[in-house]
Design a protein around this ligand. Structure first.
Ligand code: GSH
Length: 197
């Protein structure tokens, strides 16, 4: 199995973390996420969006989108609930991550660390919306250990990926005690690996 990957990408880290926790080995092919010039050559025919993560299963079938890849591998394991409503709640958080969190928290980090910040106003807008997402997670976690059903799941991996490095995007997590406690619980899970692994 081959994972087209980027070490610095939180989306790729979701897949690496889940596979590590499931004990599933894969070959990693590093793809440059800043220089896009070889994208079509590397990912053409595998992922229509030409983005990473993209995984190619042992039988040759390719799959893109971090949360879809996690869902595929988590099915039938303890990382995805069996009960119908709880599964929908996991999807609720994964869609929230992609629409309300990643475009702001991850993009601010990307601009600051790897690209360039287009303007002060643009960064302020990413921060304002990113803080709204962090506020939502903070209030949901009050009185809870994990995002869904009091059990660690791919919902937690999905939101952990960019939240735990939000400081690199200029976000201040000091004001979020619930999130900081939850980040610690996620990092303490068996077979956890850091984004740098
Ligand atoms: N929704 C996608 C987003 C994938 C994505 O944006 N990947 C980034 C790295 S984090 C990428 O490939 N960026 C380079 C590009 O946009 O060409 C997912 O969750 O997998």
């Amino acid at each position: 199995m081959i994972l087209y990957d980027s070490q610095v990408s939180g989306n790729c880290y979701k897949v690496r973390l889940l596979l590590a926790q499931l004990g599933i080995p894969c070959e990693r092919v590093a793809v440059d996420v800043v220089d896009r010039s070889r994208r079509a050559e590397i990912l053409g025919g595998k992922n229509p969006s030409l983005r990473v993560p993209t995984i190619v299963l042992d039988d040759g079938r390719p799959l893109g989108e971090s949360n879809a890849i996690m869902w595929h591998f988590a099915e039938g394991t303890g990382y995805l609930p069996e009960e119908r409503f709880a599964r929908a709640q996991v999807l609720q958080w994964l869609f929230f991550e992609q629409y309300s969190h990643e475009p702001f928290v991850a993009v601010a980090r990307r601009w600051i660390m790897f690209d360039e910040v287009p303007s002060g106003e643009a960064l302020a807008e990413r921060h304002a919306n990113g803080y709204k997402a962090l506020d939502a997670i903070e209030s949901h976690l009050a009185g809870r250990e994990y995002l869904v059903g009091e059990r660690y799941s791919v919902a937690d991996i999905g939101l952990y990926a960019y939240t735990h490095v939000a400081g690199e995007g200029g976000f201040d997590l000091a004001r979020y005690p619930e999130i900081r406690g939850w980040l610690g619980r996620v990092a303490a899970q068996p077979a956890h690996i850091p984004i740098t692994a």
